[in-house]
Design a protein around this ligand. Structure first.
Ligand code: RIB
Length: 291
């Protein structure tokens, strides 16, 4: 069983700032670095580090070939990554002194997915495979329709969330992995417990994972309602923490672990991620996680 992750690949431009820039303000940054990123690619890297066979599908520009090579070195299958005319997607990321981030993304090549790409990626899914999706590429609604037709198990992380996500055919999603912002957009509820309840009413067959940042995570399905607290660590940079959680949680789920253990793996991996700078580069390897 493998994961096919149809998702973004970004070049992250990361600026360390005293505070997030305000309207009309010109702000000097203390430090600037370029990292590899993209919610999709980060999640593929976390899965590969966790020992799962993962095929990443997506698009880069000619300026992003180094990102493809990096994924290959880490053990991600990159046969379904194509080079487009558009430049590679990128992110402008401010990280403040508390390690929080504010991110602007530009889709670039991530948004040049055409119907033929969707067909070939879905054709590569075999019975029992998982299709992992985020919301940083175009065509996610079409991908969901094709996945439903073929009975593919979909894990959906609707980030970054937009109004349009509410109109996606979400009824066939096996597992939603959302944060409070995404949960509020999908349900119009603000309280975590109400978000969970509303998601369960709307999507009774789905599993719901609601991440709460430093408050931890809640998991719900028709039989379980579980929560797990985050670990107390010195936070340097939270970028990629959600992606790390997703990769490690999903890896444990695929390996048939109990939900409790899946949540624990995700929480431990993301606790290590936030103590390091950058997104993809801060994702720990399996042997770094003490279980
Ligand atoms: O989740 C973190 C990621 O969001 C960054 O790597 C950035 O590229 C944006 O996609």
């Amino acid at each position: 069983m493998k994961v096919v992750n149809f998702g973004s690949i970004n070049i992250d431009h990361v600026y360390r700032v005293e505070h997030f820039v305000r309207p009309g303000e010109t702000l000097r940054s203390d430090d600037y670095k370029v990292f590899s990123g993209g919610k999709g690619a980060n999640q593929s890297i976390a899965l590969a580090h966790a020992g799962i066979q993962v095929v990443h599908a997506g698009k880069i520009g000619k300026d992003g070939v180094w990102l493809k090579h990096k994924l290959e070195r880490i053990g991600v299958d990159t046969d379904l990554i194509e080079t487009a005319e558009a430049p590679t997607g990128h992110a402008i990321i401010q990280v403040n002194k508390d390690g929080e981030n504010a991110i602007i993304i530009h889709g670039g090549a991530n948004e040049s997915i055409v119907d033929d790409d969707i067909q070939s990626v879905l054709d590569s899914c075999e019975v029992g495979d998982c299709l992992l999706l985020q919301n940083e590429i175009n065509g996610v609604d079409k991908i969901l329709i094709e996945a439903k037709k073929r009975g593919v198990r979909v894990i959906f992380n609707p980030a970054p969330v937009t109004e349009a996500v509410k109109r996606y055919p979400l009824d066939s999603v096996d597992t939603f992995i959302i944060n409070v912002v995404e949960g509020e957009m999908l349900t119009a509820e603000k309280e975590p417990k109400k978000i969970i309840a509303s998601m369960q009413t709307r999507y009774p067959m789905s599993k719901i994972v609601l991440t709460l940042g430093k408050e931890g995570v809640i998991y719900a399905d028709s039989e379980h309602l579980l929560s797990k607290k985050s670990l107390d660590v010195d936070v340097v940079d939270t970028t990629g923490a959600g992606d790390t959680f997703i990769g490690y949680f999903l890896a444990s789920l695929i390996n048939g672990e109990e939900i409790e253990k899946c949540l624990e793996m995700g929480v431990r991996a993301s606790a290590i991620c936030v103590t390091r700078r950058g997104a993809a580069d801060s994702i720990p390897k399996k042997e770094e996680i003490n279980m």
